[in-house]
Design a binder for this molecule. Structure first.
Ligand code: F6P
Length: 523
């Protein structure tokens, strides 16, 4: 057992945490100090973090910063940027930051070369130079991938819809449920559709099945194998498997094992994004992320946005029994952000041991959930305000609306966002009947973006990536592997076989047998 909780920094935080627990503690009282907002907010370019509505005083901050020093967070940040094998269980570096380093200073020629190839490809599709097998230009692009090969590209493409250059419509298919692909293909024509098979491993069952079905759909329309090259491209580390699938060598974009799936939207996995918004905007997304990378690497811990946000989460999971964080973007274009963050956080931090296999002795990765505001206010916010769970919230707001001539309506949206964090902090007491009272004292961060641009979105996403890393370093876990998802994958292979094989079926547990029997009868 590796004991984080026995360390002096943790123990000091434990003692300190008791000052936030008495019944008469009011988070809103912390605002009696005039400088609360300026002392507990931080700006990086067009991104402002207000963390003043947290259980956090100057003393808390100093104790949390001691914890970060004790956990050697600065050294870990440097190890990540310099390409040490921080993903020790898989013997790899985690160099997603290299994907967004500007070409002039990028030490990875393969990254620069791949971006150049993407630029040429995007240009060929947008200009109509690249034609389908019947000499039509491509009108629709379908990204087939799942997890990191889907969530990031799908979320960013939607978030930056206002930047679409409208040359192609981009669709995303992830689920092995045939409904997903069928629904998408029902609107498309094979002669004008391009498929991107996005799979780091090129071994993922869902992607493989959907890619096979897409290929069959294309062939069934009267095309032959030789025409596949004009309609299928792949992004993978496993170029051999992509070739076996029938993808032309010319149509393959590489990625590398030092890019984790959930950190890969910056690589060629982002080709769908680039096709949707153009390469210039994709480069701006990378530039925004790079700027956050530099901030993370160079800012002092006390002025370091990812570090502060990560420490606050460690504080709440460790000392206030928080089991989840709600992420609520007050932005319709950002509505897929919580799903993206779910994978980023929960695949990275959903672990109970160190890389050496020793148990950690505190709560780690919390549940991440949420939907866009204001919609969430009319569903689960009741629980945030009056429920028994202690759930910190990240509010995300955009100062300037992307919809022209709608500034008044946009103000309504922002007023709702600000009012929710205020209500959560202040609460309201009714002396006649406690069931009407909201206790308040519910912490939140607000992240305010000047505008939802590719650059600012890049910064926001890199901020969350680095926040996750900070938490992993403090908890002593490896954020970059995901052995837990393997078991389900293995079992699904053997259960698939049992549908056809009665002997295999009879060896299953009673529940699986019973369900499978009923499926066979009903199907
Ligand atoms: O769900 C597990 C996982 O391995 C994720 O980490 C990954 O993003 C996803 O599957 C897809 O993997 P691939 O890109 O190799 O198809």
């Amino acid at each position: 057992m590796t004991s984080l909780t026995a360390t002096p920094a943790w123990q000091a935080l434990g003692t300190h945490s008791s000052s936030f627990k008495p019944d008469d503690f009011r988070c809103s009282d912390l605002f009696k100090e005039d400088s609360r907002f300026s002392a507990f907010s931080l700006r990086h370019e067009e991104l402002l973090l207000d963390y003043s509505k947290n259980f956090c005083t100057k003393e808390t901050l100093s104790l949390l910063l001691n914890l970060a020093q004790q956990a050697r967070v600065p050294e870990a940040i440097e190890a990540m940027f310099t390409g040490e094998e921080i993903n020790s269980t898989e013997g790899r570096a985690a160099l997603h930051t290299a994907l967004r380093t500007p070409a002039a200073s990028n030490q990875f020629p393969e990254v620069v070369a791949t971006l150049n190839r993407m630029t040429d490809f995007v240009h060929a599709i947008h200009s109509g130079e690249w034609q389908g097998c019947e000499n039509h230009r491509i009108t629709d692009v379908v990204n087939i991938g799942i997890g990191g090969s889907d969530l990031g590209p799908a979320m960013v493409t939607e978030a930056l819809g206002a930047f679409s250059n409208k040359q192609v419509n981009v669709h995303f298919v992830s689920n092995v449920d045939p409904n997903h692909l069928q629904l998408t293909l029902s609107q498309l024509s094979p002669a004008t559709t391009l498929f991107i098979i996005a799979s780091k491993s090129f071994r993922t069952l869902e992607t493989h099945e959907n890619a096979k079905s897409a290929r069959q759909w294309f062939l069934d329309a009267g095309h032959d194998e030789s025409q596949i090259a004009k309609h299928f491209v792949a992004i993978s580390t496993n170029l051999e498997a992509a070739r076996e699938f029938g993808i032309d060598g010319e149509n393959m974009f590489p990625m590398w094992d030092w890019v984790g799936g959930r950190f890969s939207l910056w690589s060629a996995i982002g080709l769908s994004i680039a096709l949707a918004i153009g390469m210039k905007n994709f480069q701006a997304l990378l530039a925004g992320a790079h700027s956050m990378d530099q901030h993370f690497r160079s800012a002092k811990l006390e002025q370091n946005m990812p570090v502060l946000m990560g420490l606050l989460t460690v504080w709440y999971t460790g000392f206030f029994d928080a089991h989840s964080t709600a992420v609520v973007p007050y932005s319709h274009p950002l509505k897929q952000l919580p799903q993206f963050l779910q994978q980023l956080y929960m695949e990275s931090l959903g672990k109970r041991t160190t890389p050496q296999g020793d148990s950690i002795d505190t709560n780690s990765g919390e549940v991440i959930w949420g939907t866009e505001g204001t919609n969430g206010q009319h569903s689960y916010f009741q629980l945030l305000h009056q429920g028994t769970e202690f759930i910190p919230v990240d509010f995300i707001a955009i100062a300037k609306s992307s919809v022209p001539n709608k500034t008044e309506q946009h103000k309504q949206l922002l007023a709702n966002c600000l009012s929710q964090s205020l209500a959560l902090m202040q609460g309201k007491h009714y002396s006649d009947n406690e069931s009407r009272s909201s206790p308040g004292n519910r912490p939140s961060n607000t992240l305010l973006l000047a505008e939802l641009t590719p650059y600012n979105l890049g910064s926001l996403l890199a901020l969350y990536e680095h926040k996750v890393f900070v938490q992993s370093v403090i908890w002593g876990i490896n954020a970059f592997d995901q052995y837990g998802v393997e078991l389900g994958k293995e079992l699904s292979r053997s259960l698939y076989g049992a549908f056809e094989n009665s002997k295999q079926r009879s060896e299953l547990d009673a529940s699986s047998q019973g369900l499978m029997q009923q499926i066979l009868e009903w199907s």
